[in-house]
Write a protein that binds this ligand. Structure first.
Ligand code: ARG
Ligand code: ZN
Length: 490
């Protein structure tokens, strides 16, 4: 869903065009990738999705997922065929109600050829009927479908959709979602947004979730298993829905002591980032053996291991910060990952200050001092780290250091105006680092090219400038902050 502005002239031109019979004589296949240099085959060309309607049934005993996806899109070129990204087995595809031919291609492409070509700029409805056992499917030799003893979880970055619904799998193409999943009674289905209703019939319960704000495909999540649910409303009025696997064992207390702080932390972050952009918030902790957390929209995914050493509110701050920086304002391309991770990490620094465990400047000084100039840490450019280093620690720590450098350059008044104004200016859209620099320059009135170049785009340790940082002192908050990326069990 790209936001468009309708001007009267364009409206008039459109009605003239409508009078001419539609023709797609020069129609060509949509590109198999959306054009992201980090992941050339991810996403697709030729259309833009506005809504996914997924009506699914899942059996935890066998890991079989089946159902129908109805994808509402608009063509952006005359199309003879187009791709969806998907791995499960497809039995039927209809385009605007008419059966279409389809074939699997490449690592994760489903090529759809409609009976007649599609005209640029027209709405299209694609119905895909499918079934399969996601845990038996892989692409490029890996799978991000996480089987648990009681079910499964789809939550990963940059790819998780291929294992559960056909999509235009790239953050540039955001859409709203209805996710409806039937599971055997006793199993629960968790997804994004709001639970609109549940219905029970013949031993099966259907959960109907709705995400009514645009959402990137990697931020769509599905968890199936035995969960306890808690609901509340934050002091600021944000409804909170959390879920905990019934099988968390002795991580259960620490998980709840962290994730139950969601409402408080959403309200606290709103003070820096502006009003919470979505109609609900929350998180879930399934019984996976993974170790990361992920900012799945409105319903954050937390690995139980995040809580193996006790509670961790810092990771909750990180993932909730992403709801503004990453989810509401999404990346135009995966190279822009600093806009997500640099700011989510910086929010952890602000939380550390709030908790009296070290100021943002102390954390910046510690990061700066603890990596000598010849440390490979400095060879990773947070502004363009490469796909292989997309989630390198440097993207987070050097990324937050760059945010602190910006703060020191433009001063607190302009900096906090940028921090709050950016999510409002680009709400529910997509942006890149150049957009951010332009915005920060506009708000601060300062040219920032040199600063961005030094802190984000050079493979070397920046000079410390006026600051002299001698012996690094490790702030109290450091260990919990670092554990967001890698948790070591004691
Ligand atoms: N955006 C996530 C976070 O830092 C990182 C996810 C990394 N992905 C992974 N499969 N480890 O919150
Ligand atoms: Zn993150």
């Amino acid at each position: 869903m790209h936001r468009r502005i309708l001007v009267p002239g364009a409206l008039a031109a459109a009605s003239v065009l409508l009078a001419i019979p539609a023709s797609a004589a020069g129609a060509s296949p949509g590109a198999p990738g959306i054009g992201d240099p980090y992941y050339p085959a991810y996403g697709n060309g030729g259309y833009d999705v506005s809504h996914y309607d997924l009506r699914l049934t899942y059996q935890p005993a066998t890991d079989r997922l089946e159902g129908t996806a109805t994808v509402l899109a608009r063509t952006t070129q005359d199309l003879s065929s187009f791709d969806l990204d998907f791995l499960l087995d497809v039995s039927e595809v209809r385009v605007n109600g008419v059966t279409a031919s389809f074939a699997a291609s490449g690592e994760h492409e489903l090529v759809v050829t409609p009976k007649s070509p599609l005209v640029k700029g027209t709405p299209v409805t694609v119905v895909v009927r499918y079934a399969g056992v996601p845990s038996t499917k892989s692409a490029y030799g890996f799978s991000t479908w996480h089987r648990t003893p009681d079910g499964a979880v789809a939550a990963d970055e940059p790819e998780s959709a291929w294992w559960w619904f056909p999509s235009n799998d790239h953050p540039l193409d955001k859409a709203t979602y209805d996710v409806s999943v039937a599971v055997p009674d006793g199993t629960r289905a968790i997804s994004n947004g709001t639970l609109r209703s549940t219905t029970s019939r013949l031993g099966w319960t259907r959960y109907n979730w709705r995400q009514d704000k645009p959402q990137a495909t990697y931020l769509a999540t599905l968890a199936l298993g035995r969960f306890d649910i808690t609901t509340s409303t934050s002091e600021g009025g944000v409804p909170v829905v959390n879920a905990y696997s019934r099988d968390l064992g002795d991580d259960d207390g620490a998980a709840r002591a962290s994730v139950e702080r969601t409402g408080e932390i959403v309200d606290w972050l709103s003070g820096y980032f502006g009003p919470y952009p979505f109609g609900s918030a929350g998180g879930y902790v399934p019984n996976t053996t993974t170790s990361y957390a992920l900012e799945t929209q409105t319903r954050v995914f937390y690995s139980p291991r995040q809580f193996a050493n006790g509670s961790n509110t810092s990771v909750v701050v990180h993932e909730l910060a992403h709801q503004w920086y990453g989810d509401s304002v999404s990346l135009k391309g995966w190279r822009d990952i600093w806009l997500n991770e640099g700011f989510a990490r910086y929010a952890q620094w602000l939380w550390s200050e709030h908790e009296g465990e070290g100021t943002a400047q102390e954390l910046a000084d510690y990061v700066y001092a603890s990596h000598p100039a010849d440390d490979p840490f400095w060879t990773v450019k947070p502004g363009d780290p490469g796909a292989e280093n997309q989630f390198d620690t440097a993207v987070y720590d050097r990324g937050a250091l760059a945010v602190q450098a910006l703060r020191n350059e433009i001063g607190d008044d302009a900096f906090f105006a940028v921090l709050k104004g950016w999510p409002r200016t680009y709400a529910y859209g997509s942006a890149d680092i150049a957009d951010f620099r332009a915005y920060a320059e506009q708000v601060s009135g300062k040219p920032l090219e040199a600063l961005f170049d030094t802190w984000l785009f050079r493979p070397s340790k920046p000079a410390s400038g006026a600051r002299t940082v001698a012996a690094p002192v490790r702030p109290k908050s450091w260990q919990k902050i670092a554990a967001t990326n890698s948790v070591h069990q004691n």
